[in-house]
Write a new protein. Structure first.
Length: 91
């Protein structure tokens, strides 16, 4: 089954963020817009917004800091995308 267009677009943007082709702030803004179009339970939005807030904060640091791991946040965003896709698929 194909992911809904907003999730597919968000996956492409996450890939661009990982490769350095997209800034964290731009990804965060796009993610907030894209996910507003999805019919997900409210807890999904809560978790995503927490992750995006942390991602935006981590972008303020040039290096990995003890309180923020950008790689860990990107992995968490990927996990969120995977779970949101399964939720929308009815699993």
């Amino acid at each position: 089954m194909t992911a809904p267009a907003p999730l597919a677009a968000l996956q492409l943007q996450l890939d661009a963020l990982r490769s350095g082709q997209l800034r964290a702030a731009d990804f965060s803004q796009a993610a907030r817009v894209q996910t507003a179009m999805l019919a997900l339970p409210p807890r999904y939005a809560d978790v995503l917004h927490q992750l995006l807030d942390r991602l935006e904060s981590s972008a303020l640091f040039a290096e990995e800091s003890c309180s923020f791991s950008q790689q860990g946040l990107l992995d968490s965003l990927q996990l969120w995308l995977d779970k949101a896709g399964r939720q929308l698929a009815g699993r």
